[in-house]
Design a binder for this molecule. Structure first.
Ligand SMILES: [Zn+2]
Length: 229
């Protein structure tokens, strides 16, 4: 019921002010977050709470399955504002296990308009199918959650915004994390990128941690062939 939420808000504002009388005055003047969070829209993964940060400390962009696409002006504008105006020093791409978007992409489920968005995750699956297809189904979903984060870290790093920032010597690092709904813990996927020269090497090292096994059946999904020649 909406009025319950408004009541909650009044209680929260009172408690926050009692704990720190200058809190709202300070925040109203300006935000100076050092961190940006790119995460899933899932209600169980609230950015600030998980990492123990207050309002004003993390700049957030969320969408279904934490995807960063080079033509998504919404995400790219947010990254640009964070990097060029707020001067954030760390960008975290945060996936989570049990992600319904990743599951739909893994199983080829139709969910609606989001199918077109999740095609990006599906593409990640196809690109790395030799590291996925040999695993039991539950593990495939967890590993695809991780691989999706690794791919999106690469996409952020190769965006014009981050490339330009690094070219002018601005320190900003892009990290990949995955969150466990069962234990509330974040895992660092060791795919931190902080300069152009090491993007490819870091990406390859992260992906190669997953064993590659050529399977006889391969994927059954309809896909365009790899360009192997
Ligand atoms: Zn999700």
């Amino acid at each position: 019921m909406p009025h319950r939420l408004l009541g909650n808000n009044q209680a929260w504002a009172r408690a926050t002010k009692a704990r720190d009388p200058g809190f709202f005055t300070r925040l109203a003047q300006q935000q100076t977050p050092r961190y940006m969070w790119i995460g899933c829209a899932d209600s169980r993964v609230p950015a600030n709470e998980i990492v123990g940060l207050d309002p004003g400390e993390v700049f957030v962009h969320r969408n279904v399955a934490n995807v960063v696409v080079h033509s998504d002006l919404n995400a790219l504008s947010t990254v640009q504002f964070a990097v060029e105006h707020l001067k954030v020093e760390h960008i975290f791409v945060v996936g989570h296990y049990g992600c319904a978007g990743v599951r739909a992409a893994m199983r080829g489920l139709r969910v609606g308009l989001a199918d077109n968005w999740l095609r990006h995750v599906h593409d990640v699956r196809l690109r790395h199918r030799k590291r996925l297809d040999h695993l039991p189904p539950e593990q495939q979903e967890d590993i695809l959650c991780e691989m999706n984060v690794i791919e999106q870290v690469g996409n952020v790093a190769l965006s014009t915004v981050i490339q330009d920032a690094w070219a002018r010597g601005q320190p900003v690092a892009v990290h990949g994390w995955v969150y466990g709904l069962r234990d509330g813990l974040l895992k660092d996927l060791q795919v931190t990128m902080d300069r152009t020269e090491t993007v490819v090497e870091t990406f390859s090292a992260a992906i190669k941690r997953y064993r590659r096994v050529a399977t006889a059946t391969g994927t059954e999904a309809l896909t365009l062939p790899d360009d192997d020649d």
